[in-house]
Design a protein around this ligand. Structure first.
Ligand code: XMP
Length: 326
């Protein structure tokens, strides 16, 4: 297996030319490592696993088997994009598993954040494991490990995250971007032809909307959260904030307040807007959103999303608030 230490002579990949040279080198290396064997990859749709998928498709085509598990806690359109880009455009060997019911049934009535995380992480491994067991002749496991993962942990993609895989999966690893920093992974992703929005996607926690649908998750509130979040993202795209803000999302708590709609009492949940800037997620500052944009978002969410009757803005920096509400 190749070294886990980035050579000091390795130039930072900042241009398409450098990215293409890296891609050619990795394609050759992966082909030499894998031969005619099969490789399995858990494809979440995040930046790292997407870039690894595109790179491996280029290197070994259908010898790569991608498994995308939809845990029902993805943002609007995300699983659809994975199917469109990898299943259709790149013609990958893609297995799509809609495990929404399994996850939401297990999460029903569970209020405690850590318990919710454990359930989501544990079930993810189970679903992936079951799928892997059905496949024959898989010799390698590909992972989207990047250099900060190696520097910050034991070198295996963050175990606390969804996508952490069972330790007893006795397969040799294929980790073509393990010596790259995040900005380099993005440049490589664009050179591989992945959509800009996928490659520059804002950070999204492994347990997904599960940490933003506060308290015990219900399907109706999760649906409202997903729709409100999609409106926020659309309006941030429209006004240019999407390119500027590090992370922005909606959280929906599990209580209602009274409101009025069509001259009738209308009880609904509040949608809380959070938009922060940070370098390393250890501290964060609040982005100033123009009032006109806030009014537009409020108007759209309260009129278009069933179940939401107020929109609030979180002005708390980290510390003292964490980025996620959880
Ligand atoms: P907090 O809420 O601790 O979040 O200020 C810091 C950053 O971490 C992200 N986050 C996660 N990322 N898996 C991840 O990959 C997770 O389980 C997870 N939980 C939180 C959060 O979105 C923020 O960017």
């Amino acid at each position: 297996m190749s070294s886990n230490v980035r050579p000091e002579t390795m130039a930072r990949i900042t241009t398409p030319e450098l990215a293409n040279a890296f891609i050619e080198e990795q394609v050759a290396e992966v082909r030499a490592q894998v031969g005619d064997k099969k490789v399995l990859l858990a494809l979440s749709g995040g930046v790292d696993s997407s870039v690894v998928a595109a790179l491996l498709i280029k290197a070994i085509g259908k010898q790569l088997v991608c498994v995308h598990v939809n845990h029902g806690l993805m943002r609007k359109g995300e699983s659809e994009q994975v199917i469109e880009v990898f299943g259709k455009e790149l013609d990958a060997n893609l297995i799509y598993i809609d495990a929404t019911d399994r996850f939401l049934d297990l999460l029903a009535g569970v209020e405690e954040p850590e318990k919710k995380r454990k359930i989501i992480g544990g079930e993810f491994i189970k679903v992936f494991d079951e799928e892997a067991a059905k496949l024959e002749g898989i010799s390698f496991l590909a992972q989207g490990t990047i250099y900060p993962d190696i520097l910050e942990s034991d070198g295996v993609k963050a175990h606390h995250n969804v996508g952490g895989l069972p330790e007893d999966m006795a397969m040799e690893l294929v980790e073509p971007v393990k010596l790259l920093y995040k900005d380099e992974v993005r440049v490589v992703g664009e050179a591989l032809g992945l959509p800009h929005a996928m490659v520059y996607r804002q950070p999204f926690p492994g347990p997904g909307l599960g940490v933003r649908c506060l308290g015990a998750i219900t399907r109706d509130r999760l649906h409202a959260l997903r729709e409100a979040d999609a409106i926020l993202r659309e309006e941030f795209d429209n006004c240019g904030l999407a390119e500027k803000v590090w992370q922005y999302f909606i959280a929906v708590p599990d209580f209602k307040s009274v409101g009025v709609r069509d001259n009738k009492r209308y009880e609904g949940w509040p949608a809380i807007i959070r938009a922060v800037n940070t370098k390393d997620a250890m501290t964060a500052t609040i982005e100033e959103i123009p009032y006109s944009v806030l009014h537009k978002i409020t108007d759209r969410i309260t009129h278009e999303v069933e179940g939401i009757n107020r929109v609030l803005l979180d002005l708390t920096p980290k510390p003292i608030g964490t980025i996620e509400w959880e």
